[in-house]
Ligand binder design. Structure first.
Ligand SMILES: C[S@@+](CC[C@H](N)C(=O)[O-])C[C@H]1O[C@@H](n2cnc3c(N)ncnc32)[C@H](O)[C@@H]1O
Ligand SMILES: [Zn+2]
Length: 256
């Protein structure tokens, strides 16, 4: 066959894949199998386990996230993203509205869910903040608390915070900028060489200004106790969060 007889194709006739990513997944599946494909889709950073909890326990209605920081697991088409500060560690916050969790500028019974991840431990008067979170929930609304587990964080040398302690903080009306726990944090975290890496560029003054240290230290047991003390019904407790390894989670419901 000489060159004049060669078949010619038209670029436009080529059946291009409609979705580049879909094509990539198909090859991935063919090469590596279903299990690896599942692992790829369920990579921890997608937080499908945590997002699934929100879908299950608060499938509809508007939500509020307190202390969103630089990331969220909330459905952003129905969640107000808030924070008390515009920066956290090395990242800018993605919040769209600013207020402290203890003075939420919304009416009672406004939200189907309130969520906060790794925030309550930074707050000097946690019961006061929880009280305001509960106030803005509708009856039957859910409170989601994802928190660092004492035994899997830089707090592993610190004492657990008891219910009695937070009740005392509440009764004494401990202020937002209370620094009672700073020395404990320096002694049992910083001096033990456990300073979180994303804080290490911050001065002590900046750490305190943005409330970046952990005031209180918990496992799921003390948090369940606190929420029961506040008359919430516990819906779900897990000492581990599959897609955030240092965390535990407690979900509770506001009674009618
Ligand atoms: C460790 S970061 C967690 C950020 C994000 N939720 C996450 O899981 O990555 C703590 C966040 O709590 C916020 N925060 C601290 N005290 C707060 C308060 N009293 N009210 C609301 N947010 C607060 C900080 O600004 C910061 O964004
Ligand atoms: Zn305290």
């Amino acid at each position: 066959m000489n060159s004049e007889d060669q078949i010619k194709y038209k670029v436009a006739d080529y059946p291009f894949e409609k979705c580049d990513f879909w094509h990539y997944l198909k090859i991935f599946y063919k090469d590596r199998g279903l299990k690896v494909l599942y692992q790829f889709l369920n990579r921890p950073h997608r937080r499908s386990f945590s997002r699934g909890l929100i879908k299950k326990f608060a499938p509809t209605g508007f939500g509020l996230e307190i202390g969103v920081g630089a990331r969220t697991i909330c459905p952003t088409d129905r969640t107000i993203l808030s924070d008390a500060f515009s920066a956290h560690g090395v990242h800018d916050s993605i919040d769209k509205i600013f207020f402290k969790g203890s003075v939420i500028p919304y009416d009672d019974n406004s939200f189907s869910f309130v969520l906060s991840e790794h925030v309550l431990e930074h707050i000097a008067n946690p019961l006061k903040t929880l009280e305001d979170c509960i106030r803005v929930l509708v009856p039957g609304g859910k409170l989601f608390l994802f928190l660092p587990h004492r035994d899997r964080t830089n707090d592993s040398h610190r004492q657990l915070t008891t219910l009695e302690h937070v009740i005392k903080d509440y009764k004494m009306n401990v202020a937002f900028d209370d620094d009672t726990h700073v020395e404990d944090w320096f002694k049992n975290v910083v001096k033990k060489g456990l300073m979180p890496i994303h804080y290490s560029h911050l001065s002590k003054r900046d750490l305190l200004k943005t409330r970046s240290i952990h005031q209180h230290v918990w496992t799921e047991k003390q948090v369940v106790e606190m929420l029961e003390y506040l008359n919430l019904k516990i819906c779900y407790v897990s000492a581990r969060v599959k897609d955030r390894r240092d965390s535990f989670v407690v979900i509770a419901e506001k009674r009618a």
